[in-house]
Ligand binder design. Structure first.
Ligand code: SAM
Ligand code: DTB
Ligand code: SF4
Length: 347
């Protein structure tokens, strides 16, 4: 099916009906969709870096970087180009193909965007895909980042429209939709998803996925985060989501947005390996790799390498415009010669 033929007119009832399928039926449908559009054994690997940490004026109820909550996160200024490049180089060496840079801004000033554009160009020159998440952008800011070589912009809708006002009071859902439009119009690829486990109902989880699937284009990348509960944030202490409900959310995202990369995003450190395996079967094909997300923990690199080996997964290779392919260091170090045969010969 061509991308143009994908549906953008899902009703809430239709999405809710997918959530309500018997678990095995849902996973069968999601996995079949997954296989039709993706290599079921390939997982795209991104590394995150917080390039400007904490001190954010927004009040997102989940976020440890909001200045108003006492979470122990120390506010730090925007990192220098050299410092970010050193971290990007290390991420590439460890096997990441995409480098995602996050900043705790409500919306960057034009002079901030100029500095981030310089960082983006330097990271791109390493041969990595680039992604940034800096808050709300104007149309011209989005264009500046595109010209600098930015591939993806991450801007999450986070939850269903009707639940948004219970989690965030300092901006509107429409503000997010407006930035997403600026991103698309600038020709950037969209990375847009949300968080589950914030006390929302299943209907509201369906509402998030319905909104994402009904955007004018499916986001090329759809991060599904499980709430990382941080002491000091209003959502700390929220009742944990049943892990199978998280798997269902991944499966429904895969069915609604068949060609998108669905990222098993924040929350993996708190998740069993078996649940992660179910997520990969249900259609997740992207992860954050590296010990840290922005301010909270992620599984350590050795653990993820072992998980890839145990599940026979391999990192997705990225064909660059110039025609070169990223060195598959994750696989090389895990499997010896890099041919995926599991031998112990050096590469
Ligand atoms: N300030 C920018 C913004 O809000 O768009 C960019 C950074 S913000 C930290 C990026 C995303 O991280 C949020 O949209 C949210 O989806 C996710 N996030 C933040 N805190 C989280 C948490 N505790 N658990 C899961 N996801 C979280
Ligand atoms: C996304 O959807 N999840 C990432 C990334 N995009 C920027 C962020 C997760 C943050 C988890 C909390 C933290 O580490 O501060
Ligand atoms: Fe600020 Fe982004 Fe955190 Fe909200 S999610 S408080 S906008 S850093």
């Amino acid at each position: 099916m061509s991308v143009a033929a994908f549906r953008h007119d899902w009703t809430r009832d239709e999405v809710a009906a997918l959530f309500a399928l018997p678990f095995n039926e849902l996973l069968h449908r999601a996995h079949s969709e997954h296989r039709a559009h993706h290599d079921p054994n390939a997982v795209q690997v991104s590394t995150l870096l917080s390039i400007k940490t904490g001190g954010c004026p927004e009040d997102c109820g989940y976020c440890p970087q909001a200045a108003r909550y006492h979470t122990g996160v120390k506010a730090e200024k925007l990192m220098s180009v050299d410092a970010v490049v050193a971290r990007a180089q290390a991420a590439k060496h460890a096997g990441a193909s995409r480098f995602c840079m996050g900043a705790a801004w409500r919306s960057p000033k034009d002079r901030d965007v100029v500095k981030v554009a310089e960082i983006v160009s330097a990271v791109k020159a390493l041969g990595l895909e680039t992604c940034a998440t800096l808050g709300m952008l104007t149309d011209t800011q989005a264009q500046t980042l595109k010209h600098a070589g930015l591939d993806y912009y991450n801007h999450n809708l986070d939850t269903a429209p009707e639940f948004y006002g219970e989690i965030i009071h300092t901006r509107e859902y429409q503000d997010r939709l407006d930035t997403l439009e600026h991103i698309r119009e600038a020709g950037l690829k969209t990375c847009c998803g949300g968080i589950v486990g914030m006390g929302e109902t299943r209907t509201q989880r369906a509402g998030l996925l319905q909104t994402l699937a009904n955007l004018p284009e499916h986001p090329q990348s759809v991060p599904i985060n499980q709430l990382v509960q941080v002491e000091g944030t209003p959502l700390h202490g929220t009742e944990a989501l049943d892990p199978f409900e998280f798997v269902r959310t991944i499966a429904v995202a895969r069915i609604l947005m068949p060609a998108s990369m669905v990222r098993l995003s924040a929350g993996r450190q708190e998740m069993d390996d078996a649940v992660q395996a179910l997520c990969f079967f249900a259609g997740a094909n992207s992860i954050f790799y590296g010990e840290k997300l922005l301010t909270t923990g992620n599984p350590d690199v050795e653990h993820d390498r072992a998980l890839f080996r145990r599940l026979d997964l391999h990192p997705l290779e990225v064909i660059e415009e110039a025609g070169t392919v990223h060195a598959d260091i994750l696989e090389t170090e895990a499997n010896g010669c890099g041919q995926g045969c599991g031998c112990s010969a050096a590469a």
